[in-house]
Unconditional design. Sequence first.
Length: 141
Amino acid sequence: MITHLERDAAAQQHRSPSSPAAPTLIGVRFPARPRPATWSATAKSREQVFELLTRAPFLLPSAGSQKQRRRGLVTLLDWLDGQSGDSWQDRWLASGADTAGVNWRRIPAQWLRVTGQAPGLTDQLGAALTVAICADVLRRS
């Protein structure tokens, strides 16, 4: 049930979308999801995560595409394994990729160069990261 204060704030927001009341009302009606330090999927072992990300619903219809995805997942897990932390989320945050925002690929790309791996794997890393996010193994900020 909407209170008269929320209704008045909504009316003000409608008149002036940039008003200070607009973010407050949204925050009241739709509070941010809590940010736990860990959760079940991010605390799984490497083997459990790999199994999770290589079965339905994350399977691709093409065997060739699935092979590329698996390669990207192995590379993503290898890279994250080299970061400090007790969970995949901890490692993601420790890598600096989360704070890099849209430029996050530069960080694992540097790792690929240093470890002598193919620089073209950054595209596969991006696809692997998407799957890891969809499986709730990682959460970008």
